[in-house]
Design a protein around this ligand. Structure first.
Ligand SMILES: N[C@H](CCC[C@H](N)C(=O)O)C(=O)O
Length: 262
């Protein structure tokens, strides 16, 4: 079975072309969670934050199926979404703009030489839960502002919130955010399903930008720095507290291709 790897601001993914072939026995074993986990493992496998299948869909250019590094199917992945758009473009499935289906519904995206602009789901609003700011940008996210993000223990602090009672049974991703300019945030994310800090989280930086607008009146587009590079988030804030026209903009790059032999 062949695979390619892509990374978007250091959030890295195994991508597999799982479109219908005459022999469906060659299709990816979607229910084999230990297999996906092994492929994502950085010592026993290829190594990745997640694995994404590109499948056919009768009504869209393609369909995205996303698994976290723990092997379980995840909720929406923004950086993975940008990577699969670049992959579909590399496969010649569209020229400049695309419509595809993901776990949270339809997404539109546009490709330019350096960036992918990915349309995200509308966000219904921002809530306070047990003193923490929480929202769903396709995946569940807590957003917490801090003063010194550089020296924060993101794994320990993130885990405490991810497993706290308020977010059971599903858990949540956790973003720590430092304001570093009038329109710029530095974001570090503890990711559910990876159970570690990743270099960048697309739905997470989207959440951070929307909360920065809501709480600090930061205007669109918001620039975001992550450990793996820079992203932009643009949006329209509605009077009822919801957000529409949300876009996650940044690079996604093909890193290598290979054959799975385990
Ligand atoms: N890395 C992803 C987030 C995946 C969400 C996943 N960790 C989950 O909660 O299922 C992103 O770029 O948006």
């Amino acid at each position: 079975m062949n695979f390619v790897k892509y990374q978007g601001t250091g959030n890295d993914f195994i991508l597999i072309d799982d479109r219908d072939t005459p022999d469906r026995a060659a299709a990816f074993p979607v229910a084999d969670q230990p297999f996906v986990e092994k492929l994502c493992h950085r010592r026993f496998g290829i190594g990745a934050d997640g694995l994404i299948l590109l499948q056919n869909d009768p009504d869209y250019d393609f369909k995205m199926i996303y698994f976290n590094a723990d092997g379980a199917e995840g909720s929406m992945c923004g950086n993975g979404g940008r990577c699969i758009v670049r992959f579909a473009h590399d496969l010649g499935l569209f020229t400049a703009e695309t419509r595809f289906l993901a776990v949270d519904g339809e997404h539109k995206a546009a490709v330019s030489e350096n960036d992918i602009s990915l349309g995200m789901s509308d966000v219904s609003g921002i809530e306070e839960r047990n003193g923490l700011t929480f929202l769903n940008t396709g995946s569940p996210h807590v957003v917490r502002f801090v003063d010194d993000l550089e020296s924060l223990d993101v794994v320990a602090e993130g885990q405490a919130i991810r497993y706290s009672d308020a977010f059971q049974p599903g858990g949540t991703n956790v973003n720590f955010v430092q304001v570093i300019g009038s329109d710029t945030l530095f974001v570090r994310t503890y990711e559910r399903g990876v159970e570690d800090e990743t270099y960048s989280c697309g739905t997470g930086v989207t959440a951070a930008a929307l909360v920065a607008h809501h709480q600090l009146n930061m205007s669109s587009p918001v620039s975001i720095q992550t450990l793996g590079g820079n992203l932009k988030v643009s949006f329209e804030a509605q009077v009822d507290g919801s957000f529409s026209d949300v876009h996650l903009i940044g690079p996604a790059k093909r890193v290598f291709a290979g054959t799975i032999t385990i």
